[in-house]
Design a binder for this molecule. Structure first.
Ligand code: FPP
Ligand code: MG
Ligand code: MG
Length: 372
């Protein structure tokens, strides 16, 4: 059999682009109101995993080998100063083009375009906006090992901070002057909200024609799969890829996103708050029945009542937790995550071989064994 492929360091492949990420986002978020800056940038001071921008950059590289002609973009608009509207303030130049403009970066035969680098930043901004809102909804006091934005500044400021992030993400997106990309990203912002609604109005309504588990997987796509899938697709769009490659990028992101959230829902049962950097065991307390509980329910029918009343009676959460541990729920959640991870790998393997492709496969496998 073939010798094991040498390990690839995904971070090294896109290191320079990823290295600029926080700095560039900081500039995109500059407001004349200093407190807006503070709240909107709060989560960028912690240790984010930056998994979404990392995927966007690697997908950009991996799909670049499918395009023959060099893409020319109109970069004129991308780095223009942001106008602050009616306030009589001089817009400060966001990017000194001489200093900051980084052209196409080629690494091992793969290329990242400036627009794709910007997309990675936009994706992280949208994700972070959703976290600001999520921590308000979940009344969560910690995130990335720091006090959450709502804990630090209150719910009102946290919501507004998220709105500001979303506004700047939209502005930045508009400046890429690509209507298809704009449409794709707007869709996933709507999906994030829809996913959150599906979660708030959760599970097993007997009138629904879908099973509880299908509803859970749909919700999981909306709240986590969509942003990853659509941002991967948008990277292929900006790279000028054909429809087949765009749809491969989408499928890769969708399956990896589903695997990612399944693991997240498993870790909520198996890992401490200290390791997660956010509250552990949060889902049951929020009344949420995720995959481990839904699988356990098949072995322990008595879980049905608890799930339906959202674990709101004293001792419900503890009992559900015990039954999950006794059941195969955690194992089956892992198996399902592994299946989606394999489907992600199957999608990406249809691209021509490259270091970036190998890195994406490696990253997919690693996402199954993460501990936080
Ligand atoms: C984290 O889930 C939350 C999400 C993946 C999406 C949240 C989306 C919204 C609040 C809708 C608003 C969206 C925008 C773009 C403003 P979790 O609570 O299960 O994970 P956690 O343990 O990290 O908190
Ligand atoms: Mg949450
Ligand atoms: Mg939540």
């Amino acid at each position: 059999s073939a010798a094991a492929a040498p390990p690839i360091d995904p971070i090294a492949l896109v290191g320079p682009d990823l290295g600029d990420l926080k700095h560039n986002i900081g500039k995109l978020l500059s407001s004349q109101h200093p407190f807006v800056n503070t709240v909107a940038q709060h989560y960028f001071s912690g240790q984010g995993k930056h998994i979404r921008p990392l995927l966007v950059l690697l997908i950009s590289q991996a799909t670049s080998v499918t395009t023959q002609t060099a893409i020319r973009h109109d970069f004129e608009t991308m780095d223009q100063p942001i106008s602050h509207g009616l306030l009589n303030m001089t817009p400060t130049s966001l990017f000194n083009r001489q200093q900051h403009y980084t052209p196409n970066r080629t690494q091992g035969g793969c290329t990242v375009l400036p627009t794709q680098r910007r997309l990675a930043e936009i994706t992280e901004m949208i994700h972070t906006a959703s976290l600001l809102h999520d921590d308000v909804i979940d009344a969560s006091l910690t995130r990335r090992n720091l006090p959450s934005a709502n804990a630090s500044f209150g719910n009102k400021m946290a919501v507004l901070g998220g709105d500001f992030l979303l506004a700047r993400a939209s502005l930045t997106l508009a400046r890429l002057r690509n209507a298809e990309c704009m449409e794709i990203m707007a869709t996933c912002i709507a999906n994030l909200v829809e996913g959150e609604f599906m979660q708030l109005k959760n599970t097993s309504d007997p009138d629904e024609d879908k099973s509880t588990f299908d509803h859970y997987m749909d919700k999981t796509y909306m709240k986590t799969g969509s942003l990853i899938a659509q941002s991967c697709k948008a990277a292929a769009v900006l790279g000028g890829c054909n429809d087949q490659v765009k749809s491969l990028a989408f499928d890769f992101g969708r399956h990896l996103g589903l695997a990612f959230q399944l693991i997240d829902d498993m870790l909520d049962f198996t890992v401490s708050a200290a390791d997660l950097g956010k509250p552990a065991g949060a889902d049951l307390k929020l009344g949420l029945a995720t995959a481990p509980v839904l699988f356990a329910w098949e072995e322990y029918p008595e879980l049905e009542d608890l799930i339906k009343r959202k674990f709101n009676k004293k001792g419900d959460a503890e009992k559900a937790r015990r039954l999950v541990y006794q059941s195969n729920g955690l194992k089956r959640t892992m198996t399902l995550a592994e299946q989606h991870c394999q489907l992600a790998i199957d999608a990406i393997q249809q691209l021509p071989p490259s270091d970036a492709q190998a890195a994406l496969i490696q990253l997919s496998k690693k996402s199954l064994t993460r501990k936080s």
